[in-house]
Write a protein that binds this ligand. Structure first.
Ligand SMILES: [Zn+2]
Length: 385
């Protein structure tokens, strides 16, 4: 089954040779892109879709989310936005609700947010565990996530489990031992929240090294709230990404620039938006030569958005990114953060994941914030919405 989408006003390919094409067409064959070029010379296909001059982009690659959870933190958000100070322990509220939920409830939640993401143009999603914090509950979270995506991340080291409040070393032992054994079969990556109040540099190193020894690729929640050791650790261990990167020293920026082919700086503006914090400086990272990705960090506590277009709009408005840079970071950048070469771009051989926008160009994603511009999505060559 082949599909020709033609009369595309602007086709963002993210391919160094093809660039952004006008008056373009694309042919999908099964789950793969078969042909890209000018509409005038497009080959025939079984099915023909007229884009009527609108823009087509690669499907968004959301490389950082926490979707296996139950419950809700509306009251905490409301209090924070009403001027009350942010109190720690929020993650533990979600941990209690998640542990109490059935597999069916958690699965239904993941399905719901995947649906939201798809309708907003996201075709690849990474999902972390981290709201179970017991051997059984972390493995369960990864099993449930794995039914929806191959991009699963073991985040037993989200915070110290409440049962180990007086014995954090004991919890690190669990995370690097029995819990890792139970989770490794269901995960591609290992992650740690390296931050004051969560895990320090030594603990994070032990957790990431143990995960890597089991074949998991490291990624790190790094430098979100303070200038901690997370970024340097991510680069040193060859992590796929250092996520947040909000508080960076010059040395951190240089390390990420030097590691641009290995470790992606993943920026998560939904977190700063939802906690009224200062945004990361994308301009500084890009000018230094770092590879940057944008992602939602979708979670019920600090960033309850599933919208990549929202993140793009904020990144352009407040983080110094151009519209082109932000859309590339939300597609190709996310793919690089997941070490995927088949998604995030549209060229022959790439996976047929793409979004048709109700706009003449991808710049409108930032120019028209909050407007639902995604009008159709193909995932693996099939019309998904
Ligand atoms: Zn996160």
């Amino acid at each position: 089954m082949t599909t020709l989408i033609t009369n595309i006003g602007s086709l963002l390919t993210n391919d160094p040779e093809l660039g952004t094409l006008t008056d373009a067409a694309i042919v999908l064959d099964g789950d793969t892109v078969a042909w890209v070029g000018s509409a005038a010379s497009a080959p025939d296909a079984d099915e023909r879709v007229d884009a009527e001059g609108r823009a087509v982009i690669p499907g968004f690659v959301d490389s950082h989310s926490h979707l296996v959870f139950a419950g809700d933190r509306t009251a905490e958000f409301n209090a924070r936005m009403s001027g009350q100070s942010y109190t720690a322990g929020g993650i533990r509220t979600t941990v209690a609700a998640t542990r109490a939920a059935s597999d069916e409830q958690l699965d239904a939640n993941v399905r719901r947010y995947f649906g939201e993401m798809l309708r907003q143009g996201t075709t690849t999603v990474e999902v972390k565990s981290g709201y179970g914090l017991t051997v059984e509950d972390e493995a369960r979270a990864l099993r449930i996530a794995g039914a929806h995506t191959r991009e699963t991340t073991y985040l037993g080291a989200h915070v110290v489990a409440p049962e180990f409040a007086e014995d954090p070393a004991g919890y690190v032992e669990l995370v690097t031992g029995e819990m890792l054994d139970a989770c490794a079969p269901y995960a591609r990556y290992v992650d740690v929240f390296c931050e004051r109040g969560a895990f320090d540099g030594d603990q994070a190193r032990a957790i990431l090294t143990a995960g890597a020894a089991r074949g998991l690729t490291p990624r790190v929640h790094a430098n979100q709230l303070t200038q901690g050791p997370g970024v340097q650790l991510a680069v040193e261990l060859g992590a796929a990404s250092a996520d947040h990167c909000t508080h960076l020293s010059d040395e951190d920026v240089k390390a990420l620039a030097d590691a641009h082919a290995t470790t992606v700086a993943t920026l998560l503006p939904g977190a700063e938006f939802s906690t009224r914090a200062v945004y990361p400086d994308a301009r500084r990272l890009i000018d230094a030569g770092a590879t940057v990705a944008l992602s939602t960090d979708c979670n019920p506590g600090s960033s309850f958005t599933s919208s990549m277009p929202f993140c793009i709009a904020v990144a352009v408005r407040d983080m110094g990114m151009t519209p082109d840079e932000a859309v590339v970071a939300a597609t190709l950048g996310g793919a690089r953060a997941l070490r995927r070469t088949d998604v995030g771009h549209l060229a022959p051989g790439a996976r047929a994941d793409l979004a048709l926008l109700d706009a003449p160009s991808h710049v409108h994603l930032a120019y028209r914030p909050g407007v639902p511009l995604v009008s159709a999505v193909w995932q693996g060559g099939a019309r998904a919405c």
